[in-house]
Design a protein around this ligand. Structure first.
Ligand code: AMP
Ligand code: MG
Length: 345
């Protein structure tokens, strides 16, 4: 994201203001529950929206605050935009020697490597050096040269990331490596935020960070069903489909959300680590899974793998479903076999 966008987001956030509106709603069976919306706040470079349902107003507010705090905490650990994040320390020091990390960061690094293995390297957090070149293009419009890309490619590869389970430490096998958790950290943060909300006593809730979300328990309509609309990637303000989710997570990756235009060509921010090219086959990939971390990582992976291979992968994973939209104008939805069950008719 460039600075202009950040400034724009900030000004919108100020207009939205962070009003906590708690509505009282009558629950079935005479019990009283309340639902509250914590407003939009900027976390992890995007808007976060949190809703909680609980027995009283204090618990609703406590749940929302606990969830926002968790999101900020994870961002402070895993952002590569912050020089003082744990991740930035790893990126700076892990070639010189092993760097001990928090349980949280280690969990995400380990899950990332597992996803690299499951996806034959399509999902790979070591793409950092290539992402950096594409980000430069976003700033000054210069397309990375072949030589530059080849040099960056030599520093990419999850097999060069050495994780020591016992000491919870990380080491780089090659100099100049750079980890980028942009494809998975948001999901992990959402999972922890949901845990925090449950711990604070919420009976239900939804944590939405830039369109990736997870819901649990009682919804504001007291029916355990959270209705989530999939945006139309063409920009039209309508939903392509509405999904009914209960205790589930959903993540969307797509070149319509974030991209760079150079010489009239649109480049996605998702990189195919095998070629260093930006992934362009699919306009939008939505994955439903139990945990937001899995939905997030899989959505990024399927964007790289493409429709045939990507859907086959998700089909092979229990309790995960995918809905993809190709890059042509037709906006046709292609789904895994169990996805239909979530679509509201
Ligand atoms: P998402 O929006 O979840 O699909 O994440 C996209 C972000 O993940 C990008 O902005 C990069 O920071 C990072 N990324 C790009 N390509 C890959 C890849 N092949 N594997 C893992 N992360 C990636
Ligand atoms: Mg992702």
């Amino acid at each position: 994201m460039n600075y202009k966008t950040v400034r724009m987001l900030v000004s919108i956030a100020i207009i939205v203001a962070v009003a906590l509106v708690v509505r009282k709603l009558a629950a079935p069976k005479g019990a009283e529950l309340q639902s509250g919306f914590g407003g939009s706040r900027i976390v992890m470079g995007t808007f976060a929206n949190i809703t909680a349902v609980a027995a009283d107003e204090e618990t609703v507010e406590a749940g929302i605050e606990a969830a926002f705090d968790k999101l900020v905490e994870v961002d402070e650990m895993m952002s590569d935009y912050r020089d003082d994040s744990e991740l930035s320390v790893v990126n700076r020091d892990a070639f010189a020697g092993p760097v001990e990390v928090s349980d949280e960061l280690f969990t995400v690094l380990k899950a990332s490597v597992d996803y690299s293995r499951k996806t034959q390297g399509a999902f790979d957090i070591t793409v950092g050096p290539v992402v950096e070149l594409w980000r430069r293009m976003e700033k000054d419009g210069t397309r990375p040269g072949e030589e530059e890309l080849a040099q960056a490619r030599a520093r990419v590869g999850y097999e060069k990331l050495i994780l020591d389970e016992e000491n919870k430490s990380v080491r780089f096998a090659v100099e100049g490596m750079k980890l980028d958790l942009g494809g998975i950290a948001k999901g992990y943060a959402i999972d922890l935020a949901v845990e925090a909300m449950k711990k604070a006593g919420a009976a239900g809730g939804l944590v939405d960070v830039g369109g990736d979300m997870r819901c649990f328990g009682v919804s504001p309509k007291f029916d355990n069903i959270w209705r989530v609309g999939l945006e139309d990637p063409s920009g039209a303000s309508r939903y392509l489909v509405v999904l009914n989710l209960s205790d589930a997570a959903i993540a969307t990756s797509g070149d319509y959300r974030r991209f760079v235009v150079v010489d009239d060509k649109r480049y996605s921010h998702i990189i195919d680590p095998a070629t260093t090219a930006s992934a362009g086959e699919l306009t939008s990939v939505t994955v439903i899974a139990a945990r937001a971390m899995d939905a997030d990582a899989l959505a990024t992976a399927v964007s790289v793998m493409g429709e045939a291979e990507g859907l086959q992968l998700v089909e092979s994973i229990d309790n995960a479903e995918a809905i993809v939209i190709g890059a042509d104008e037709k906006l046709e939805l292609v789904k895994t076999s169990g996805a239909e069950a979530y679509i509201r008719r």
